[in-house]
Design a protein around this ligand. Structure first.
Ligand code: NAD
Length: 303
C-alpha cells in the first residue's frame, strides 16, 4: 500500500511507516498537486496543513485513511470521509503535557512579569519597583475544560500549591474530583478564580465563552490564560478588561487571527503572547509522529 506524507512529521514515525508501506514525502504540497496524485494513495498524513476537502477525498479513489498528526480535525472534511468509508485518525494525546507546561509557564510569566522584566533589562532599565508580582501558591485556579490538557495543568498547579476548581459540562462531578478539582458551574468558576485557564475545543458553545459579562464578574486582578483556540476569548472584550484595569493580565498562545499582526493585544505590557507553540516541543512532535504512524498501520491492517 502507498502512503503520502504531506506535512512535517517526526523521523521516528516515518521510519515506522516505511517498514510497512511505500512512502512518498511531499511537504508543503499544493492543492492542485494533491488533487492530481491523491488517487495513487491508500493513506495521507497531514498536520494543520494541507486541507483535506471534499474534492480531494472524492478524487482519492483508493484512499482508506486520512491521518492528522496532532489535535484538531478542522482541516479535514470528516463528514465526507465518513460517508465514503475513509477512516479519519489523529494523535490528540501527543502534546497534552507540552501544552499544559506552556499554560503554566504563561501563568508564571504573567504573575511575575517575566516577559516585561526581560524587555526592560534588555533596554538597560532597572525598574524593580514596577515589577512587583503575585505568587501562585495558595491561589485558586479555575480550569475550563477538564480533559487531557486541563487535567495536566491541574497536576502542575497542585504541585505549586494552588487549589483547583473546574467546569466541564460533559464530565461527571466524580470524574472532576478524581483530578483533585472541585466541580463548579461556569459562573462560580469565574467569580472564584484568581487564575482562569481555558482547555476546551472551539465549537459553537465555546465561541466567545469569555466575553464582557464574564470579565465583569471576575475578581479584580484575575489572570486569564488561553492555550486552546483563538475565538474562545472575545479579544475585543479582553482589551476592554485590560484597559479598565479589571484583570491583571493574560497569557495567550492562540488568537482569533493568527498571526495577530494587527491585534490591539500587542500593545499591552500585561499580556504575554506566544505563537501557537503549545505542541512545539521535541517530545510532543516525536510522540505525534510515532502515534500517527501506529494509527495508520492499525487502520490499514483493519481494512
Ligand atoms: P480534550 O478533548 O481532552 O478536553 C476538552 C474538554 O473540554 C473535554 O473534557 C470536554 O468535555 C470539555 N468541554 C467541551 N465543551 C465544553 C464547554 N462548553 N465548556 C467546558 N468544557 C467543555 O482536549 P485537549 O486535548 O485537552 O485539548 C484542549 C484544547 O487545547 C483544544 O482546543 C485543542 O485544540 C487545544 N490545543 C492547543 C494546542 C496548542 O498548540 N496551543 C495544542 C494541542 C491542543
Amino acid at each position: 500500500m502507498k502512503i503520502l506524507i504531506a506535512s512535517d512529521i517526526a523521523e521516528e514515525g516515518i521510519s515506522k511507516l516505511k517498514k510497512e508501506f511505500d512512502v512518498d514525502i511531499k511537504k508543503g504540497i499544493s492543492k492542485e498537486e494533491l488533487l492530481s496524485i491523491i488517487e495513487n494513495y491508500d493513506g495521507v498524513i497531514i498536520r494543520s496543513k494541507p486541507n483535506i476537502t471534499e474534492d480531494i477525498i472524492k478524487k482519492g479513489k483508493n484512499l482508506k485513511v486520512v491521518a492528522r498528526a496532532g489535535v484538531g480535525l478542522d482541516n479535514v472534511d470528516v463528514k465526507c470521509c465518513q460517508g465514503l468509508g475513509v477512516k479519519v485518525v489523529n494523535s490528540p494525546q501527543a502534546s497534552s503535557d507540552s501544552v499544559a507546561e506552556l499554560a503554566f509557564g504563561l501563568m508564571l510569566a504573567v504573575s511575575r512579569n517575566i516577559a516585561r522584566a526581560d524587555r526592560l533589562t534588555r533596554e538597560k532599565k532597572w525598574e524593580k519597583k514596577s515589577l512587583m508580582g503575585y505568587e501562585l501558591n495558595g491561589k485558586t485556579l479555575g480550569i475550563i475544560g477538564f480533559g487531557r490538557i486541563g487535567r495536566n495543568v491541574g497536576k502542575i498547579a497542585r504541585a505549586c500549591g494552588m487549589s483547583l476548581i473546574a467546569y466541564d459540562p460533559l464530565l461527571t462531578d466524580e470524574q472532576i474530583r478524581s483530578g483533585d478539582a472541585e466541580p463548579v458551574t461556569l459562573e462560580k468558576l469565574i467569580e472564584r478564580s484568581n487564575v482562569i485557564t481555558l482547555h476546551v475545543p472551539l465549537i459553537e458553545s465555546t465561541r466567545h465563552m469569555i466575553s464582557d459579562k464574564e470579565f465583569q464578574k471576575m475578581r479584580d486582578n484575575t489572570i486569564i490564560i488561553n492555550t486552546s483556540r483563538g475565538g474562545i476569548i472575545d479579544e475585543e472584550a479582553l482589551c476592554r478588561a485590560i484597559e479598565s484595569g479589571k484583570i491583571l493580565g493574560a497569557g495567550l498562545d492562540v488568537f482569533e487571527e493568527e498571526p495577530p499582526l494587527n491585534s490591539k493585544l500587542l500593545q499591552y505590557d500585561s499580556v504575554v503572547l506566544t505563537q501557537h507553540i503549545g505542541a512545539s516541543t521535541h517530545e510532543a512532535q516525536k510522540r505525534a509522529g510515532i502515534m500517527i504512524a501506529d494509527e495508520v498501520i492499525k487502520a490499514l491492517k483493519e481494512k
